[in-house]
Design a protein around this ligand. Sequence first.
Ligand code: TYD
Ligand code: MG
Length: 463
Amino acid sequence: MQKEKTRYICDICGHEEAKWAGKCPACLSWNSFSEISLPPGSKHNSSKKNSSAKKHAISIAEIASDKNTVILKDCGIEEINRVLGGGIVSGSVILIGGEPGIGKSTLMMQLAQKISNTSKVLYISGEESQPQIRLRSDRLDIKESGELIFIFTSDLYTVKDTINSLKPDTVIVDSIQTLFSPEAGSVPGTINQLKYCCQELIDIIKSADASLFLIAHVTKEGIIAGPKSIEHMVDTVLYFEHSENDMRILRAVKNRFGSIDELALFKMKSNGLQQITSPENSFLIHREKNNPPGICIATIHEGSRVFLVEIQALTVPAKGGLSRVFSDRIDSSRISRIAAVLEKQTGVRFSDQDIYINVAGGMKIKEVGVDLPAALALYSSRTGIPINQGTAAAGELSLTGEIRSVPFISKRLKSASSCGIKEFYSSKASLEDSSKENTDSKSPKDKHITAETINELIKILFK
Ligand code: TYD
Ligand code: MG
């Protein structure tokens, strides 16, 4: 007779060991292992495995298509539709993460109200009390609706029972970190609990063909909350990026049903989040006087839209002559590379400077087209020569100082022109690209100034 198998699982991170250990080798927690017994037969038998593998292996022609079962549902909020890739796919699981207070619950309540106009929505609040939810719904002017139902619990079994009996079309869990099941260890809020509750919910939701939104808290360090550990289980992951003032940026970092380039933009108002549907100039700062040195406007192409953002640079002599780069919105190694290219090509020293880079409005930028405006902002700060207002740039910088073209030049030019930009700097090659892309003769070609190298361009711009 086969014996039961014993395994030891870390309550904190879910790491599995065959023997008990005082310290978890994965998360370094002490005394976190619990013993679990696996039923006999869970051990794989290699001869059985071979025959069952043959039985289950199929060719691509035998794989069932999902073409007709993917139903996109308009969620009533255009910006959410955009970031999800057109709407909510029925039966999909969407994770919404962000720092506490950024507006996750507000957005989900607004979404719940919109969806409940046409289908049944269950909102599970494990975090906030009834008066708190009432206060928010009054603020958001959410009227009584029979199709929007709330439950206040953090017990996974109550949640499962409610889903089974109410059969909602959409379930919102606020937040996944508050859910608890005794099956996943005795400590609430651990990664084990998070993974277990998430998987249980996904199973029940997929069989009911409903959609599931999971709210998850992210701390700056991402340690306590740990929503990263469930990203692989869900279809779509949306994160609220840190942003300044009342601006909120929601970005898809994973999407099984759409692109991950799109952004959703909102402003937090006294009555909830308001969509920003034409955001070209939302990140620009308007000044009465001319720009101080260290500022250049970048045209960034994200998803299907162009945004104009202000890149701010500051260079100060480094203590001990050892240069450091402080840039959390643009990758700091990219900034170091740009500074090195500038030093080599223009002879202006950056290697003895501390460099600070900021993107006004809080957007994180990965696009290569930010190289050129970042270089111009850096040069402007280092030399103390300001760049005129109404100047924007886009281009990638090679290690040898050449400016390379970036896609969608004519779209960038048009958006820049609509935001009052008078001079647009980019690569020589982009002139040809823009005439290929351009079908509109009204595009502001005469304001398009180009150069082959950064040195050449700096000579034109800074005269
Ligand atoms: P909330 O949605 O509770 O954040 P999260 O769920 O991500 O923790 O939003 C909290 C903040 O938003 C809080 O500071 C109050 C503010 N707020 C508004 O400014 N306007 C509103 O209409 C609402 C509902 C909240
Ligand atoms: Mg909340």
